[in-house]
Design a protein around this ligand. Structure first.
Ligand code: HEC
Length: 129
């Protein structure tokens, strides 16, 4: 037998459950939108075209000496920036490209370069494993 008061409590509990579910859904939708707008679920066209290109080891190592050696060392042995030998075992190509173009870890600047130039650099970074 349910008394009127216990029925009211049951209803309140149902409503708070419903409100909880709605709030949780709204929160996940917000998180999804933020991640989506930051490109987490998009196949970045820059990264895609870089990965489709064949890099030149020669050009890549020259580019490295000009742009990166000041911080990472002339043979990428590490200086102000970390040693980059075996970097492709720690990071996948997409992560390496992001590291170079996004500038999210100061003092390392963001580098704006053509996909072909990035592909050349990537070739060099693969070669120093
Ligand atoms: C002004 C100094 C500076 C220059 C120039 C620089 N870097 Fe860096 N780099 C850093 C620092 C410092 C870090 C460490 C960032 C961190 O994780 O906080 C880093 C991290 C990295 C990483 C990630 C290493 C890891 O193990 O996570 C890669 C890859 C990298 N740099 C590549 C490059 C390449 C390629 C260039 C040239 C196009 C370059 N860097 C130029 C300072 C520099």
């Amino acid at each position: 037998m349910t008394t009127p008061s216990s029925t009211a409590t049951g209803k309140t509990q149902k409503y708070s459950l419903l409100i909880g579910v709605v709030v949780a859904l709204a929160a996940s939708a917000c998180i999804f939108l933020v991640l989506f707008s930051r490109g987490h679920f998009r196949a970045d066209p820059y990264i895609k075209s870089t990965l489709n290109l064949d890099g030149s080891l020669n050009k890549g190592s020259r580019l490295f000496r000009i742009n990166c050696a000041g911080c990472h060392g002339i043979s990428a042995q590490g200086l102000l920036g970390p040693n980059l030998h075996q970097v492709s075992e720690r990071l996948n190509d997409t992560q390496i490209i992001r590291q170079v173009i996004e500038g999210r870890t100061p003092p390392m600047p963001s580098f704006k370069m053509e996909p072909q130039t990035m592909a050349d650099l990537l070739k060099y970074l693969h070669s120093i494993n």
